[in-house]
Design a protein around this ligand. Structure first.
Ligand code: SF4
Ligand code: SF4
Length: 276
């Protein structure tokens, strides 16, 4: 597929209080079927890659930065916006559309998406949206799926039938799921129950570790971090060279640093402040 109208994972509080983008949408289960196809011969091809709200996950930022040959910091500066709203307990990163009347995605070309292999989670999922129930301690969130049947999208007129599960597999969502779930587990962490807020220093740390992975790597290897924590040599080596290993470790570290979970152990001798 070529685009998305924000099928971003969205918190749901039950059918009566669904967020606006999900209201009135057909609800789906993993095994539910829907008709859809998106390919260059559809008459709406790439029309949807303009003026869209695409929230980027940490894996999206990383994949797009690598595809564009930019550091994560450069990618964040050039291609994203971080809207501030008082309802959000963590920063959100959005893909910045071009500053023209059409507001085209910077990655759309005549032949479709120029970053197809690195396209964001939301672009992969469309026309399926995901809703997540509010966090409950000890209960893994069970997503609900929704079908976006936007008038601008003619893919729904095509006869090809999918289950949600088959669609996610076909679009490469399933293959990336462990990193996406690692992130969703942070955002929907039970620590936030009751409206608890992180302090600005921890929010900054969350942003760096989750989205600015190159800066996080630099931090790990230019400070005493790896000496202060009990980390296997093999893991430390992978953190130097393997982006996905670093992101996976970042989520683990954030659970320790933000929520006090014992996901990382300090070395016994160290009494220093452990925060970055
Ligand atoms: S990233 Fe690709 S699929 Fe997504 S809006 Fe941009 S051009 Fe379209
Ligand atoms: S079928 Fe839908 S998703 Fe595909 S190009 Fe057309 S509008 Fe975009």
């Amino acid at each position: 597929m070529s685009s998305s109208k924000s099928p971003t994972p969205t918190s749901t509080d039950g059918a009566d209080s669904l967020p606006e983008p999900l209201r009135g949408k057909r609800q789906l289960k993993l095994e539910s079927t829907f008709c859809f196809d998106c390919q260059p011969k559809v008459d709406c091809f790439t029309n949807c890659c303009s003026d869209v709200n695409i929230v980027l996950t940490p894996l999206d930022v990383l994949s797009l930065a690598r595809k564009a040959g930019l550091t994560t910091r450069q990618f964040l500066d050039q291609h994203t916006l971080t809207p501030i709203t008082k309802d959000l307990h963590l920063p959100v990163v959005m893909l910045k559309m071009q500053a023209t009347a059409e507001k085209r995605c910077p990655f759309v070309g005549d032949q479709g998406c120029t970053v197809y292999e690195a396209r964001p989670w939301a672009c992969r999922m469309y026309p399926v949206g995901m809703g997540l129930p509010p966090a409950r301690a000890g209960v893994p969130p069970d997503p609900t799926y929704f079908l976006f049947e936007d008038a601008f999208c003619h893919g729904h007129r095509e006869p090809r039938s999918w289950t949600v599960e088959a669609w996610q597999r076909d679009q490469g969502v399933t293959a990336r799921d462990d990193l996406e779930i690692g992130f969703r587990d942070l955002v929907g962490h039970p620590w936030f129950i009751g409206g608890r807020q992180l302090d600005p220093k921890r929010i900054e740390m969350f942003f760096m570790v989750a989205y600015d992975l190159d800066t996080f790597r630099e931090f790990l290897f230019t400070t005493t971090f790896v000496q202060r924590f009990d980390l296997e040599e093999k893991l430390v080596e992978s953190l130097r060279n393997d982006d996905h290993a670093l992101l996976r470790f970042g989520f683990r570290w954030l659970r320790f640093a933000l929520f006090g979970e014992p996901t990382v152990q300090r070395r016994a001798a160290s009494a220093e402040d452990m925060s970055p």
